[in-house]
Design a protein around this ligand. Structure first.
Ligand SMILES: C[C@@]1(CC(=O)O)c2cc3[nH]c(cc4nc(cc5[nH]c(cc(n2)[C@H]1CCC(=O)O)[C@@](C)(CC(=O)O)[C@@H]5CCC(=O)O)C(CC(=O)O)=C4CCC(=O)O)c(CCC(=O)O)c3CC(=O)O
Ligand SMILES: NC(=O)C1=CN([C@@H]2O[C@H](COP(=O)(O)OP(=O)(O)OC[C@H]3O[C@@H](n4cnc5c(N)ncnc54)[C@H](O)[C@@H]3O)[C@@H](O)[C@H]2O)C=CC1
Length: 194
């Protein structure tokens, strides 16, 4: 079947990357908190002439997040891996997107999908299990609803299964193919029957 949603999801180790958020308002808070909820040690810098109180209050618990209190300047992109634009300045976002392309750094423009190299997803977290949901940009609200549904139906003790499987995985002897076969057998009846 041909893919309808052609986005390719990956799971980033944000503590090893350097993220710049341009803007310090509501959307900046939404995107920064999405990263920090998942990766509390994320290396993030935020540049804005004005930071909303709510943003500052939230960031108090994350002293590693660097705040730069002025308008964006080109050198703010130096050494970054990702840039997320959240201001109310469309022309600035177009300019940053262009600068990011030249530097081969990935760019998200929160309110303009056409300018994005990647989208943030809705994230389900249960211990080590993490599920990222994308609606291909069509309805973030539906993504949020599906997240809430999955949070509800996935058992909280899924972590126990994961821990047992990790132990087993380490203990299993034999070649690659026989390990796969054993793990497939073991997990057959584990969850979600149709
Ligand atoms: C393309 C994308 C780019 C990106 O931001 O990466 C994007 C774009 C836009 N969002 C807009 C609005 C809203 N976004 C949310 C919420 C979330 N948005 C998120 C991701 C994404 N949003 C990416 C696609 C994800 C996908 O494929 O589904 C989530 C999943 C992740 C996160 O942000 O952490 C997070 C839910 C997290 C959760 O709770 O689980 C809500 C609802 C709410 O806040 O309750 C609203 C208001 C209601 C509405 O409009 O639907 C607008 C309109 C702007 C305007 O009107 O001007 C645009 C621009 C446009 O669509 O043109
Ligand atoms: N608030 C929301 O939930 C949503 C907002 N939007 C859109 O997203 C944009 C941003 O919204 P908000 O975060 O609510 O606005 P906001 O007013 O809370 O924040 C805008 C931020 O951009 C910063 N900024 C402005 N010029 C800058 C520059 N040259 N360099 C660096 N930072 C700069 C401001 O200092 C401020 O921190 C708006 O265009 C809005 O229409 C879209 C969807 C939802």
């Amino acid at each position: 079947m041909e893919a309808q949603n052609r986005l390719f999801p990956i799971f980033l180790k944000l503590e090893q990357l350097d993220v710049l958020v341009v803007g310090g308002g509501n959307v900046a808070l939404e995107k920064a908190s999405a990263m920090l909820r998942n990766a509390p040690d994320s290396k993030i810098s935020m540049v804005a002439p004005f930071f909303r109180e709510e943003t500052l209050a939230y960031l108090k618990d994350y002293p590693q997040v660097q705040l730069i209190h002025r308008a964006f300047e080109v050198q703010d992109l130096d050494g970054r891996d990702l840039v997320i634009c959240t201001t109310d300045q469309y022309d600035l976002h177009v300019e940053i997107r262009e600068l990011a392309k030249q530097r081969h750094l990935l760019c998200n423009v929160a309110d303009t999908p056409a300018l994005c190299d990647f989208y943030l997803g809705s994230i389900v977290q249960k211990g080590d299990l993490k599920i990222a949901i994308s609606t291909n940009g069509k309805s973030p609200t539906l993504a949020k609803r599906i997240r809430a549904f999955l949070e509800e139906v996935i058992p909280d003790d899924i972590q126990t299964s994961l821990d047992s499987l990790e132990t087993l995985r380490k203990e299993l002897k034999g070649d690659f193919a026989s390990k796969i076969q054993a793990l497939n057998e073991l997990t057959k009846g584990l969850i979600f029957k149709k």
